[in-house]
Design a protein around this ligand. Structure first.
Ligand SMILES: Cc1cc2nc3c(=O)[nH]c(=O)nc-3n(C[C@H](O)[C@H](O)[C@H](O)COP(=O)(O)O)c2cc1C
Length: 169
């Protein structure tokens, strides 16, 4: 699958088979995450691999739409590190780029993934900080659930010419 095809066919997958994701695949996904663009190449991110069932279950108690974690083999928590920010205010945009890279890498490897928003919802951020005892400079941005897909979703073409403008509004 080329990159163009991957972008157009990626969908949020929330149902997973009971099948383990290899460390090799996990590393490939994280490799791609670390190669996302960032403001001034500041790379203000950290990634936490989550594969402890107890942790994955607790997240569902403070995140209202995280039920898919019950069956996800693994998840990746994307965090912003305020101490690594050289260009103030951009950390979350950089983390969003890394998160999208994770979704696309998973799709390319035949895995299903879903972005679970944390930041800027205060309750979810606080819940995650408490659960993992994150240092004050580390802000949990998003979780990506990962697993072998147990659902098939058709691609959806959202190309909308009414959102495209040229030279003026
Ligand atoms: C910032 C952000 C936060 C999201 N948070 C959640 C979430 O908490 N739970 C969930 O099931 N999906 C979440 N999603 C996935 C969206 O629901 C999904 O991307 C959207 O419906 C489009 O569907 P698609 O991913 O299949 O193209 C989130 C997506 C983004 C970009």
């Amino acid at each position: 699958m080329d990159a163009y095809e991957a972008i157009l066919t990626r969908r949020s997958i929330r149902k997973y088979k009971k099948q383990e994701i290899s460390e090799d695949f996990l590393e490939k996904i994280l490799h791609v995450a670390c190669n996302a663009p960032s403001a001034g190449n500041q790379q203000p991110w950290h990634f936490v691999i989550l594969d402890d069932r107890k942790i994955l279950n607790v997240i569902q108690t403070f995140h209202p739409s995280a039920k898919m974690l019950k069956d996800a083999d693994k998840a990746i928590l994307v965090c912003g590190d305020l101490n690594l920010e050289k260009f103030k205010g951009y950390w979350m945009i950089d983390c969003a780029a890394a998160t999208e890279n994770i979704l696309l890498a998973a799709h390319c490897l035949g895995l299903g993934a879903c972005w679970l928003g944390l930041y800027p919802r205060e309750g979810r951020v606080a819940g995650m900080k408490k659960l993992l005892k994150l240092p004050t400079n580390i802000i949990p941005f998003a979780i990506v659930s990962l697993g072998y897909p147990a659902e098939v979703k058709q691609k959806e073409d959202r190309y909308d010419t009414s959102r495209i403008h040229r030279n003026r509004w």
